[in-house]
Design a protein around this ligand. Structure first.
Ligand code: AMP
Length: 190
């Protein structure tokens, strides 16, 4: 299996790139943010709980998020691999993912971090917010909080996989196609 983590701050282009990579490499793309938005759209108890945190730009608790991710992976027993987008976002999530994949005799092959500076991601998210319909994309204070949460709680995951020589940074500035080519080259080299 080829299991990848597409990593980077909110607004770094993970979702856009994951959709293209999923097709090129024949992998299953799992975005925990999309899964939460789907639950919110259906008004489920999980969605209502997630919304409380998402509206403030905070992370949904690990016990909710990890179980949801595992259920989604288990729905694809035939998958050739997964692109994880927006997960893991805490070191305990990364540890749970590693243990879960190990039970399936597989592992993360690589973490690819889209490297984009804070001012650029704020500008991109505000622009996306014009038509994404996402309430967390429209308020600069909430966006800044999401970036702070990324730097405080999520960024250490880069080092977690770096210990195993699995982390790499990819320049996340450029056209969608340029960034896609950089990611594709890095994945082909894994
Ligand atoms: P995203 O679509 O990846 O930008 O995620 C939107 C929001 O969903 C985040 O700001 C969090 O509130 C929540 N979320 C998504 N993925 C996770 C995760 N792995 N752990 C905790 N919260 C998450």
């Amino acid at each position: 299996m080829l299991n990848l983590i597409l990593f980077g701050p909110p607004g770094s282009g993970k979702g856009t790139q994951a959709k293209k990579l999923e097709e090129k490499f024949n992998l299953i793309h799992i975005s925990t943010g999309d899964l939460f938005r789907y639950e919110i759209g259906n008004g489920t108890p999980l969605g209502l709980k997630a919304k409380e945190y998402m509206d403030k730009g905070q992370l949904v608790p690990d016990e909710v998020t990890i179980g949801m991710l595992q259920n989604k992976v288990d729905k694809h027993p035939e998958a050739k691999g997964f692109i994880f987008d927006g997960f893991p976002r805490t070191v305990p999530q990364a540890e749970a993912l590693d243990a879960f994949l190990a039970e399936k005799d597989t592992a993360i092959a690589g973490l690819l971090m889209l490297d984009v500076d804070d001012d650029e991601v704020v500008a991109r998210i505000l622009n996306r917010g014009k038509d994404s319909g996402r309430s967390d994309d429209n308020d600069e204070a909430i966006i800044r909080n999401r970036i702070k949460v990324f730097n405080d709680q999520t960024a250490p995951i880069f080092d977690h996989y770096e210990k195993f020589g699995k982390s790499q940074k990819i320049n996340g500035i450029g056209t969608i196609d340029e960034i896609f080519d950089r990611l594709s080259d890095a994945i082909s080299d894994l």
